[in-house]
Write a protein that binds this ligand. Structure first.
Ligand code: GLU
Length: 228
């Protein structure tokens, strides 16, 4: 198990991300990380160890952004290291991804992607996801279509959440078996492994069902099926 938290539309999303993954720490974890968008660039910080120490050592609470995702990892593929901590980025640094679950066909996907020129920096199953997104974005020039193609390439279980510099005001997320919820505030939206990720901000929550994905922005959200 691990935890996922995402926020869009608050002026100080760093604080909300911090509360989000800290409120999920009862689920257990060994490392943590965040990705935010600043001036249209993705910024990723991650490390092994505790959430409090991570946020304070890296001065994350002073990072100003209006969109971000955070993760606490419970290692299943690859040891507990900085490199294996989430989020993971695509080679072009246009996608940052956090994931909870196990991608059971990752070896095959990874071999294919390496053959196509993608560079991997971790031992995790998760890292195939940002590279698949990059590959399908190159093909379709559309993040939603790239996300759907990626989801339909994955076998196994996932709650997956991503941000992209192509759509700097939207969070994309989806689930198969691993839990995921959306929190609906008036001027901010949240995503989390469970209700605790955003309980300090809203009590209005929607469960993402198996086989569904959602696109979330400050003022709206849409939930659809990715099953073909
Ligand atoms: N399988 C992924 C990993 O080992 C995600 C583990 C988790 O759910 O935290 O990094």
């Amino acid at each position: 198990m691990c935890g996922i938290s995402g926020v869009v539309g608050l002026s100080n999303i760093s604080e909300a991300l911090f509360q989000g993954i800290r409120n999920l720490d009862y689920r257990g974890y060994d490392s943590c990380g965040i990705a935010v968008i600043k001036k249209n660039n993705l910024v990723v910080r991650k490390n092994t160890g505790g959430v409090d120490e991570f946020f304070h050592k890296n001065d994350i609470l002073s990072v100003k952004s209006t969109i971000g995702i955070a993760h606490t990892r419970w290692a299943t593929h690859g040891s507990v290291t900085h490199e294996n901590s989430h989020p993971f980025m695509s080679c072009d640094e246009a996608f940052a991804v956090v994931h909870n679950g196990i991608i059971s066909n990752y070896r095959l996907l990874r071999e294919d992607l390496i053959g196509e020129g993608h560079k991997f920096y971790s031992e995790t199953d998760t890292e195939v996801i940002p590279h698949l997104l990059e590959k399908y974005y190159e093909k379709y020039k559309n993040v939603e279509t790239a996300f759907l193609s990626t989801l339909n390439s994955l076998e196994g279980t996932f709650a997956v959440v991503l941000i992209s510099s192509y759509h700097p005001s939207q969070i994309f997320c989806a689930r198969r078996e691993s839990p995921l919820m959306i929190g609906i505030g008036d001027e901010q939206k949240f995503v989390g492994s469970d209700f605790n990720a955003f309980i300090d901000y809203t009590k209005n929550a929607i469960i993402i069902e198996d086989g569904e994905y959602a696109i979330i922005s400050r003022d709206s959200y849409v939930v659809k099926s990715f099953l073909t």
